[in-house]
Write a protein that binds this ligand. Sequence first.
Ligand code: ATP
Ligand code: 6CM
Ligand code: CA
Length: 543
Amino acid sequence: MERLPGGRRPRLVSSLGLGRRSWEVTLDEERGRLAWCDPRPPRRVRGNCFVPISEIIAVEETEFNKKQRNIGRWQKMAKLHAFTVYYVKKARNHRWRCSDVTFWCVEEHLCNQWIQALKELLEMQKSRPKQLLVYINPYGGKRQGKRIYEQKVAPLFSLASISTDVVITERANHAKDNLFEVNIYKYDGVVCVGGDGMFSEVMHGLIGRIQKDSGIDQNNPKASLVQCNIRIGIIPAGSTDCICYSTVGISDPVTSALHIIVGDCQPLDVSSVHHNNTFLKYSVSLLGYGFYGDILKDSEKKRWMGPMRYDYSGFKTFLSHHYYEGTIAYQPAKHTHGSPRDKESCRTGCHICKKSEKQLAEQKKEHGLKHEEGEEEWKVIKGKFLAINAVNMSCACPRSPKGLSPAAHLADGSADLILVRKCSRFDFLRYLVRHTNQDDQFDFPFVDVYRVKSFQFTSKLSEDNESNGMDIGKKRFGQFCRDHPACCCNIVNSTWNCDGETLDSSAIEVRVHCQLMKLFARGIEENCKDEAAHSQSSIEQLL
Ligand SMILES: Nc1ncnc2c1ncn2[C@@H]1O[C@H](COP(=O)(O)OP(=O)(O)OP(=O)(O)O)[C@@H](O)[C@H]1O
Ligand SMILES: CCCCCCCCCCCCC/C=C/[C@@H](O)[C@H](CO)NC(=O)CCCCC
Ligand SMILES: [Ca+2]
């Protein structure tokens, strides 16, 4: 066997046919890649290509005649043997596609040797799922979930030899209830086909099931929750698909399916939301009061409009320009090094999230499962707000590719609390427009942003009701402030939008749980010029 530079020993090096030419193909186990190079490349064509083994989807013996173009004299001289390697091809804007390359040779045993070596290496990729539980919401987004799964995702899972149990949901909460009944521990992951609402259901089912099995009471706001190690994969087929977009960089079913196949793992912070020692919900993307709560409440009546409902209700809510009075108390996130005003965003392998992971592991070692509530200071803010948004991630989505808080981290154990105070309609519009361009949306005197590990909110109305008893008269006399009829000050409460679902209570207590769950994703990759993608395009010129 030949030696590579530095005396390293490749697993296999052979001269194999690719198209009409003979290539030197190397399976380099140490560098973890399959490489092929043309010893005599035609002018202006680069003759080196490689695929990381971690991004190979499958390898299959190929019936040569079916797959190949005319390869000239070789075909006439002997029976040829071939194998095809399916791999991830990275395209623009974080989009992944399944590409393939077929190598051929005359000796059957050489072909088999290659297939076996590649299969052995794929078997060694221990983070790849073998068995998945799939929930499909047939009514999410544009009602394409079932078609998307059957046409785009299932064939890839089957190519990668992943076996699946598929449940097509028949009602809301079907998936969540089902996760309390099935043996979840036999699966390497759970896949949801739908939008953020469907993801939320599956997350509640999984986290809830793990706490139940571990004897943790979710109603205790101070409980130290048990991490969920069964990863969730999101095949986007909803209206906003913010969680998929913010963790993968694109909302595209094939890209997400490939991240699942290669066994990516992205930890995710989860916020628990309580009211009066009662558990309400978990949130991973947006907890929004005021503007986003009102949009959601209005849009729920317009579900039949599909994804367009958010534009319609967004416009209506913008015109109504309601603001709400209340008090926020928060604990700053001192453990994390970033700030919401950072220019750098959370990306694959983020060092800030890695630090939090280390801290979490140390905490666990020291205190076991016991929760250590730091006696850290609470800061209190009273005011009139158009929007109160708490985000655990950037909340990037196709409507706003940089999101509500562009520098928020996926797994640092903190949330960004954004307070948009009473301002004119024009200023609020300027603020919204900055979500769609490169300007800083926090650079306004009426916008404040804090990185927090927990917060509480009470509306003025519930504070007044608590101190005076329920003032029914106030409610009956219409919903606007009687002292200032034109001021848009709303004496009824807004609603909390919790990852796209409304909460029943306006007074809430929120705590961020660092890396409580994991996704089949790797965060957003830096936009580097990908060497492999370059080489691949030159192969295509050759074939
Ligand atoms: N078979 C079903 N019938 C009715 N509702 C369902 C069914 N299956 C799931 N649901 C519910 O539908 C809600 C919305 O689903 P989903 O998130 O997939 O779509 P969406 O609302 O269009 O997208 P997004 O959440 O991204 O805005 C979920 O909260 C889920 O509980
Ligand atoms: C003049 C143009 C101004 C445009 C401004 C655009 C700003 C868009 C920011 C979008 C932020 C989305 C946050 C994600 C929230 C999800 O958890 C939730 C569930 O899917 N979606 C909504 O509540 C749906 C929320 C829909 C908001 C429109
Ligand atoms: Ca976070």
